[in-house]
Design a protein around this ligand. Structure first.
Ligand code: GLU
Length: 504
């Protein structure tokens, strides 16, 4: 048995797709458990769809996810070059070899003729397809046309009868009638290879033993199998992964789900979270664990466990998985990863003092319990940074619920019991012996305040929260105390007293 070799072969035609990472993950795991190699090839034969910079973002995002390749355009390898645009001369030679072997033929049909053919087929209710018009040209006819400068393509001679069978490990035999498969173009008029030709030639020359790719390529596979046959090469094993789907079961698409890997990175998902989530798409670990690392996934991988039922790409689930990984991550590491997000939100500056960094660590420790992304942590942390607030007022765009809670706040701000309690709280903080207030201690201060004031939280917490944060609802008070400590709590109270000329 030859060494297992797998690959992904993305086309640099826009933002790197989440499906590319998905397929890469399964290829990597498969080659890992088989002691094989995994390589990255760039399929950039379609120059019309080529997007500058896209190749680099493929490298960057896959590297971010630690979906590493052992050979590729950026690092070379024994089977290079790994960029199809650097292999162009090869494809023409292979196409011409097939013509010599009478497995392929020159086709001089003009676009005009092909269009008319298609229209005719359509009007008769037939499937469009090439009619084999040039398949039987004589050698002389061909030579004359070429010397007259007529443009040509090279097409593969598909057998007119019989079937082509894909023996897909996950799907069983998929059978295609040969007479329904077009004489596919291998080499285009401009001398460029088609996807089919370049893909097959490269997979063969690069020693690929297993082609693990998305379900959407199934219609291409019989063409590839016929091409391998024409070349007299052994075809690799084909394994088609399920398509990732939107919740309505349609193929995952930009309109319904973000599909760019860049989006996931910028949104503050952890690489561990996204990988774990992708590893759950149509797959479950043999030990049933839902939260796992890339290594755990690779170590226990079994391709036969892939189920093809169209896994739903559910961002709610991703959020949950990512939250689990945020909790598992080393706290300092998570804090460091979150810094750009806090910075982008304007909550921290370019540099952080030790004290600021320590506060950030505390914020992250707290926030990772309830937030699903790094970005969400930053977006919901404003209240820990600023020390000067105003009491909220009713404004036009507020809904009924918001208006009701502000009205209640305004009533409570005048309530004697509430004011007394805030006063007691203020005294307790003033007399508190330490700068740091742990969550437990914070809870105790609050409970003692209520007992001493002889009232319940319903009256006190809302106005107290407004004093400390400017908001009637939101974060728990003991969390505020834990993050900002004694001095800043006193500062916030003092700021309110000054601003509103009130007394607590
Ligand atoms: N270039 C194709 C793509 O963009 C490769 C498909 C395959 O794996 O054969 O995904």
């Amino acid at each position: 048995m030859s060494k297992v070799r797998t690959r992904i072969a993305p086309s640099p035609t826009g933002d790197p797709h989440v499906g590319t990472a998905y397929v890469a993950l399964f290829n990597i795991a498969f080659s890992h458990v088989n002691n094989g190699d995994f390589l990255l090839r760039i399929e950039d034969t379609d120059q019309n769809r080529y997007t500058k910079g896209s190749e680099q973002t493929i490298f960057d995002t896959l590297s971010w996810l630690e979906l590493n390749w052992a050979e590729g355009p950026d690092i070379g390898g024994d089977f290079g070059p790994y960029r199809q645009s650097e292999r162009f001369s090869l494809y023409g030679d292979y196409a011409k070899k097939l013509v010599e072997d009478t497995e392929a033929y020159y086709c001089f049909c003009t676009n005009d003729r092909l269009e008319k053919l298609r229209d005719r087929q359509k009007s008769m209710g037939n499937a469009p397809g090439y009619d084999g018009h040039c398949r039987s040209l004589t050698k002389e006819e061909i030579e004359k046309k070429i010397s007259d400068g007529e443009e040509y393509v090279i097409r593969l001679k598909m057998p007119y009868d019989g079937t082509t069978i894909i023996k897909d490990r996950l799907r069983g035999d998929i059978t295609f009638d040969n007479d329904k498969i077009d004489d596919q173009i291998l080499l285009k008029g401009d001398g460029f290879p088609t996807y089919h030709l370049a893909n097959v030639v490269d997979d063969h020359l690069m020693g690929i033993t297993h082609v693990i790719r998305a379900e959407e390529w199934i219609p291409s596979t019989p063409k590839h199998i016929q091409l391998y046959k024409a070349f007299k090469w052994t075809a690799p094993e084909f394994i088609h992964m399920p398509l990732l789907r939107n919740s309505d079961k349609s193929k995952i698409s930009k309109r319904k789900n973000p599909v760019s890997l860049i989006w996931y990175k910028e949104e503050g998902y952890l690489k561990e979270g996204l990988i774990n989530f992708l590893g759950l798409m149509g797959y479950s670990l043999p030990n049933g664990k839902e939260i796992f690392t890339l290594d755990e996934f690779k170590e226990s991988f079994d391709i036969n466990r892939v189920s093809i039922g169209g896994p739903v790409f559910d961002l709610v689930k991703l959020g949950w998985v990512n939250n689990q990984h945020m909790r598992l991550k080393d706290l300092k590491e998570l804090t460091d990863l979150s810094i750009p997000f806090f910075r982008a939100k304007g909550l921290i500056g370019d540099t952080l003092s030790d004290k600021e960094y320590d506060t950030l660590v505390k914020i992250v420790a707290l926030q990772r319990e309830s937030c699903n992304t790094l970005k969400e942590m930053a977006e919901t942390s404003e209240v820990y940074f600023q020390d000067s607030y105003s009491f909220p007022n009713i404004v036009e765009e507020m809904d009924k619920k918001e208006i009701a809670s502000i009205e209640r706040l305004h009533t409570l701000m005048k309530d004697e019991e509430a004011i007394k309690a805030i006063n007691i709280f203020h005294e307790k903080i003033k007399n508190y012996p330490n700068e740091d207030i742990s969550i437990e201690e914070g809870k105790k201060i609050l409970a003692d305040t209520l007992t001493q004031a002889g009232t319940g939280p319903g009256k006190v917490y809302m106005p107290l929260r407004a004093v400390l944060t400017g908001l009637p609802k939101g974060v728990d008070l003991y969390n505020i105390l834990f993050i900002i400590g004694k001095e800043r709590t006193l500062l916030r109270i003092a700021n309110m007293i000054n601003k509103y000329q009130i007394q607590f």
